[in-house]
Design a binder for this molecule. Structure first.
Ligand SMILES: Nc1nc2c(ncn2[C@@H]2O[C@H](COP(=O)(O)OP(=O)(O)OP(=O)(O)O)[C@@H](O)[C@H]2O)c(=O)[nH]1
Ligand SMILES: [Ca+2]
Length: 534
C-alpha cells in the first residue's frame, strides 16, 4: 500500500514536496494531497504550495490531533492496577469452623463486580458447639485463622472489611438442648472476633431455610446463572448435623407447604425457591440415628453391616446419646459401653439406613421423607460438602456411571476387610476411613429413597467441591446478601465496551479531520490563484 502511494499518488500531487517524503509521512500527507488537489500546470514548477503557511498549520494541527487521540486511546485502555475490597465469613459448622475471605474489584462493589474466594482457613479443632462446657476455648480456637486473615487482607482495608460468623446445625442443636450454653459460646466467640481489626458484624445461628437458600445462591452466582437469567442449578448440601435440598421447580409456587418457600428477585428475575433443611440428617447425626436404632435390639453389641468385616471397637453410650437427635431413644438400663463390630454388607446396610427415614406419613400431594413436602425434582443439581468428600474418596463422582454399577462398586468396597482398608489408605484419618461405607450407603439412600432421584435423574447430579476457585457452600451467598452485592434489578450496561467506544471516537475524529481538509479546498484554490496573479 505504501509502495502504491509512493508510485501513483505522490506524482499526482507533486506540489506537496520536491522529493517523495518517507513512507510513514505519506499517510499523513494523503489528506492534504486530496484536499489540495493538483495545482495548475503553470504553478507546478514555480511554486511549492506545501510550503504555504495554511497547509503547514492544517497538517501540523491534524498530526497533533491524531497523535493526541492515539495517546488518549492507549492511556484509556492501559490495564490499571486493580484495587480490591474484602469480606470475611466464618462458617461455624457442627464438625468444624472454616474462614473464607472474599474479594471483589473496589470500583464495582455496587453490584457488578465478581466476588471470588481469595483464601480459606480451616480452624483446628471441633465445631464451636463442642465447646459448650468451656466457651472461652471456642473464641480461642478462631485466633489462628483470624491472624491468617490479617495477612491476606491488605492492612489499609482491615477497618472496612466486614466480618460475619454464621453458625449452623451444631449450634442449632446446642440451642435446643441448652440455650444458655449456646449464648455463652456466642459471647466468647463475639469477644474474640471484636478484637480483630476487621469490621465485626455479629455472630448468629442461620435457620435451616437460610442455610439451604444461601447455598443455592452461591452455586448459581458462581455459575453466572443468576446474572444471565439461565436455568438454575439445585443445591444439595450434606453437613455433619443437617442436610439441605434447594431447587426451583415449575410445580412449586409456595402455595403447598409455604414454609419451604424462599422468594428472591435477583438481576431482574423472580425465583420461587423450594428449600428444606433436615436437622439430624447430616452424616454424623444420621450415623447416630442409625446406631441408636441398632442398639434398641441388643444394647451390649452392634453387628453393623455398614462397617467393614474385622472392624471392632468399643463405644460409649454417653457419647452416642449426647445429642438431642437421639437422646430420647436411650435404652433403659443400657450399659456404659457397647461393642461395635462390622459385617460389611451393603444391602443390609441399606435396610438399616432406611430405618432412620419415615416414608409413610405425608399430608401433602407428595413428600420426600418424615412428612416433608417436596415438589418434583427439576434441573441439574450441585452436591457439595460431605456429598463431595465421600464420593470423591470412593471414586463415585462420575454420575454418568449407571446407579446399579455405583451400588456394585460400593458393595465391593464395604465387603473389603477393615485391615485391608487401613493398609491401603495410610494417609487417611481412621475416623473418616471407618465411615465411608456407611456414608456412601447413606448418600445413595438419601438421594434415591429420600429425595426420589431415579436412575435417570441421578445423572443430573454433579458432585462438586469448588466452582471457579470458590468453595460451594452457604457462606458466599450469605455475604452477597448481607452486603447487597446482588441487585434486584439487572444493572444497565453501556451499549459498547470501553475499547470499542475509544476506537469509534478516534475514527470519527480522523474522518472529521479529513472532511475539514476537503472543506478548505476552495479556500486553498483561491489562495493559490491569488499567488499566481501576484
Ligand atoms: N472424608 C472427609 N470428611 C470430611 C472432611 N471435612 C469434613 N468432613 C466430614 O464431612 C461432614 C460434613 O462436613 P461439613 O460440611 O464441614 O459439615 P459442618 O458444616 O461441620 O456441619 P453442618 O453444621 O451440619 O453443616 C462431617 O461429618 C465432617 O466430619 C474431609 O476433608 N474429608
Ligand atoms: Ca455446613
Amino acid at each position: 500500500m505504501q509502495d502504491l502511494l509512493t508510485r501513483f499518488l505522490f506524482p499526482m500531487c507533486p506540489h506537496l514536496s520536491l522529493s517523495p517524503p518517507p513512507p510513514a509521512t505519506l499517510w499523513l500527507l494523503l489528506p492534504v494531497c486530496l484536499s489540495v488537489g493538483p495545482p495548475p500546470l503553470s504553478e507546478m514548477k514555480e511554486k511549492n504550495p506545501w510550503h504555504s503557511p495554511v497547509a503547514i498549520i492544517i497538517t501540523v494541527i491534524g498530526v497533533i490531533v491524531i497523535v493526541a487521540l492515539v495517546i488518549v486511546a492507549v492511556l484509556q485502555n492501559r490495564p490499571l492496577a486493580q484495587k480490591y475490597k474484602y469480606g470475611i465469613v466464618l462458617d461455624a459448622g457442627s464438625s468444624h469452623t472454616a474462614l473464607y475471605i472474599y474479594e471483589w474489584p473496589a470500583e464495582k462493589d455496587n453490584n457488578t463486580g465478581r466476588v471470588e474466594q481469595k483464601h480459606s482457613c480451616k480452624v483446628i479443632g471441633p465445631g464451636i458447639s463442642s465447646y459448650a462446657s468451656a466457651p472461652q476455648k471456642a473464641g480461642e480456637s478462631l485466633k489462628a485463622c483470624m491472624k491468617e486473615a490479617e495477612q491476606w487482607v491488605p492492612v489499609k482495608r482491615h477497618p472496612e472489611t466486614p466480618l460475619y460468623l454464621g453458625a449452623t446445625a451444631g449450634m442449632r442443636l446446642l440451642n435446643i438442648e441448652n440455650s444458655a450454653a449456646s449464648d455463652k459460646v456466642f459471647e466468647a466467640v463475639g469477644e474474640a472476633l471484636q478484637k480483630s481489626p476487621f469490621s465485626y458484624q455479629g455472630a448468629r445461628i442461620l435457620s435451616g431455610q437460610e442455610e439451604g437458600a444461601f447455598g443455592w445462591v452461591t452455586v448459581n452466582y458462581l455459575d453466572d446463572r443468576l446474572s444471565q437469567g439461565l436455568e438454575t442449578t439445585g443445591a444439595l448440601d450434606l453437613g455433619g448435623a443437617s442436610t439441605q435440598i434447594s431447587f426451583v421447580s415449575d410445580q412449586y409456587d409456595g402455595s403447598e407447604s409455604p414454609s419451604n418457600a424462599v422468594n428472591f428477585r435477583l438481576y431482574g428475575n423472580d425465583y420461587e425457591l423450594y428449600t428444606h433443611s433436615f436437622l439430624c440428617y447430616g452424616k454424623d447425626q444420621a450415623q447416630r440415628l442409625k446406631l441408636a436404632h441398632q442398639t434398641q435390639s441388643g444394647p451390649n453389641a452392634v453387628e453393623d453391616p455398614c462397617q467393614h468385616p474385622g472392624y471392632n471397637t468399643t463405644k460409649k453410650y454417653s457419647v452416642l446419646y449426647d445429642s438431642p437427635c437421639v437422646s430420647n431413644r436411650k435404652p433403659q438400663g443400657a450399659p456404659a459401653t457397647f461393642l461395635h463390630t462390622g459385617t460389611g454388607n451393603v444391602k443390609q446396610c441399606q435396610d438399616v439406613v432406611k430405618n432412620i427415614f419415615n416414608f409413610t406419613d405425608c399430608k401433602y400431594s407428595q413428600c420426600s421423607f418424615n412428612g416433608v413436602y417436596q415438589p418434583s425434582l427439576q434441573g441439574p443439581f450441585g452436591a457439595f460438602s460431605a456429598y463431595y468428600f465421600v464420593t470423591s474418596f470412593l471414586n463415585l463422582t462420575d454420575t454418568s456411571v449407571p446407579l446399579e454399577d455405583v451400588r456394585k462398586k460400593l458393595e465391593r468396597y464395604c465387603a473389603t476387610s477393615w485391615s485391608q482398608i487401613v493398609q491401603e489408605h495410610p494417609g487417611v484419618k481412621e475416623k473418616y476411613l471407618a465411615e465411608y461405607c456407611f456414608s456412601g450407603t447413606y448418600i445413595l439412600t438419601l438421594l434415591t429413597e429420600g429425595y426420589n432421584f431415579t436412575s435417570e435423574s441421578y445423572s443430573n447430579i454433579n458432585f462438586i467441591k469448588k466452582i471457579k476457585g470458590s468453595d460451594a457452600g452457604w457462606t458466599l451467598g450469605y455475604m452477597l446478601n448481607l452486603t447487597n452485592m446482588i441487585p434486584a434489578e439487572a444493572p444497565d450496561s453501556p451499549p459498547l465496551p470501553h475499547a470499542g467506544y475509544v476506537s469509534i471516537v478516534s475514527i470519527c475524529a480522523v474522518v472529521i479531520f479529513i472532511l475539514l481538509l476537503f472543506s478548505l479546498r476552495p479556500l486553498w484554490a483561491r489562495h493559490c490563484k491569488k499567488q499566481q496573479i501576484v
